[in-house]
Design a protein around this ligand. Structure first.
Ligand code: PAF
Length: 275
């Protein structure tokens, strides 16, 4: 585990030795989903860096920053098992010193879907990711597909700012019953945990109907809404959009992204599928 200055020095050495760096940024409380991203980084690069940093800038004041789950000891043990070369756990002060003033955001995309109800969230994500990229200097960086919009926004930032980093999106890892793995799943009561499997069922239902020739996005949203509300899910949004632009589609087609955010109690879960 290294601090900022030591990390910069080590990265310089690794680069000087001609090794490629693969980077997996995380907020810790790791699960199989994160580890699958680490394995991708391992396959595609010669030196793997994982950061653990619960980024205050991506939480709104009323959100769960203080109680975001943390277990550094367990995370480090898991990453050591994966033979990660460097675990970077900066302090909040190292990333955001008291005189910190610089933020980056990706216009428009940051206001859609998750951004509509979390207006500063993606600005916080892109700001910390650009900062981490500048510290770790990766050749590739791996993100999970569950936060699909985050991946689109980071790819856009990387392209627009000419960062020489390949962004790779690893697939969603699910529990046996279909629930997408998330650090926030531990907040769910046993009943909410059971009900939350409806998210995957609703997404699968639309995939199935699409294969049978169904193509109406409005009807798709209504069907999903009804299925989810029956299980006490409170819908934040259901989006049926183009997977690259995130703009709404008039007809379901190959490449349509169906993404949703739903509260079970106070816990907000996201999931998605691409047709
Ligand atoms: O997906 C996450 O865990 C976070 O948004 C990220 C990319 C590590 C930035 O803090």
């Amino acid at each position: 585990m290294r601090t900022l200055a030591k990390t910069k020095r080590l990265v310089k050495k690794v680069k000087a030795n001609g090794k490629t760096i693969g980077f997996v940024p995380t907020m810790g409380y790791l699960h199989e989903g994160h580890l699958s991203l680490v394995r991708i980084a391992r396959r595609k690069s010669q030196f793997v860096v994982v950061s653990i940093f619960v980024n205050p800038a991506q939480f709104s004041p009323h959100e769960d920053l203080a109680k975001y789950p943390r277990d550094m000891k367990r995370d480090v043990a898991l990453l050591r098992k994966e033979k990660v070369d460097l675990i970077f756990c900066p302090s909040v002060n190292e990333i955001y010193p008291p005189d910190y003033k610089t933020y980056v955001y990706v216009k428009k995309l940051n206001r859609l879907m998750c951004g509509a109800s979390r207006p500063r969230h993606f600005q916080g994500v892109t700001t910390v990711i650009l900062n981490l990229f500048n510290i770790v200097k990766p050749d590739i960086a791996v993100f999970g597909a569950k936060d699909y919009q985050q991946g689109v926004i980071i790819k856009c930032m990387t392209r627009n700012l000419n960062l020489d980093i390949k962004i790779i999106i690893g697939k969603i890892i699910r529990e046996k019953d279909g629930l997408a793995l998330s650090s926030r799943n531990i907040y769910l009561s046993p009943r909410q945990r059971k009900n939350a499997t409806i998210l995957y069922q609703a997404l699968r239902r639309i995939r199935y109907d699409f294969r049978q020739g169904f193509s109406d996005p409005r009807r798709a949203k209504t069907m999903m809404r009804q299925m989810i509300e029956k299980k006490n899910g409170r819908i934040n949004y259901i989006a049926v959009v183009n997977k690259n632009t995130l703009s709404p589609v008039k007809k379901l087609g190959a490449g349509t992204l169906i993404a949703l955010a739903v509260f079970f109690g106070k816990t907000r879960l996201i999931d998605n599928t691409i047709l």
